[in-house]
Design a binder for this molecule. Structure first.
Ligand code: SF4
Length: 233
């Protein structure tokens, strides 16, 4: 597995204290990405699946408050075969697992079987806007969302709120989600930030992207109107 960063955090990438592996490579090209060093398919450091498992086992005592191991990116599912392999081994060892994914992988229905806590980004509900900002079509993300809610699995949807990108459309998001959610999904809003800006080597194209407190409150109110459960982490 090619990994460009690893470290611990508490409750930011799944429940409790977690060892987080950032896997190299992403199939999307979001101009606000806060980990641009993880977007390229080249780079990162190669670890075998067994090395990752051994590190998880060594760290076990630190997985307090329901913690465990999280795989994020880049995009965690780009290296889907290794990911599947490591998730199966961690499950056999009784170590709690989480992934954070952009939701586009055709392998997600298989991968999710071995994931205890699933986080999925949802950047826009409109195909044209999604394509414009991520460089990929939304079909596979919607297909996965509809499949995962359909089987009633736990799902934590993360929506980056970005001015001039998606922050003007709370009803569009809520209306779409409410058609499929069966009560096992929680939604989190991630207001735009610039933490990744200095890491961009090329031009940083996002401007005037911060959302106001009022915009965030509007999203909360609209989601509540549609009986969608909003959480903060
Ligand atoms: S999907 Fe995530 S990792 Fe990939 S480019 Fe977009 S923000 Fe970055």
């Amino acid at each position: 597995m090619r990994i460009f960063f690893k470290g611990f955090n508490f409750s930011q990438d799944g429940p409790g204290n977690r060892l987080v592996f950032h896997l190299q490579g992403c199939n999307m090209k979001c101009p606000w990405c806060s980990n641009p060093e993880g977007m390229s398919f080249d780079g990162g450091t190669e670890y075998s699946v067994d090395e990752v498992v051994r590190e998880a086992v060594r760290s076990r005592a630190l997985f307090f408050s329901g913690g465990g191991v999280t795989f994020t990116g880049g995009e965690a599912t780009v290296q889907w075969s290794e990911l599947l392999n490591v998730l199966k081994k961690l499950r056999d060892l009784g170590i709690h697992t989480a992934i954070e994914t952009n939701g586009s992988s055709q392998h997600l229905p298989e991968i999710q079987k071995y994931v205890d806590y699933l986080m999925m980004d949802f950047k826009h509900f409109d195909d044209e806007r999604f394509l414009e900002f991520t460089g990929t079509r939304i079909d596979s993300v919607k297909r996965n969302f509809e499949y995962l809610t359909g089987i009633g699995r736990q799902l934590h949807i993360r929506i980056p709120l970005i001015n001039h990108v998606n922050a003007d459309s709370p009803e569009g998001f809520a209306e779409y989600f409410s058609r499929f959610d069966k009560g096992n999904t929680v939604f989190e809003f991630l207001p735009y930030h610039e933490y990744g800006k200095d890491k961009w080597k090329g031009e940083y194209k996002i401007t005037d992207a911060f959302v106001s407190g009022e915009q965030i409150e509007t999203f909360k109110k609209v989601f509540a109107m549609y009986s969608l459960k909003v959480i903060e982490t």
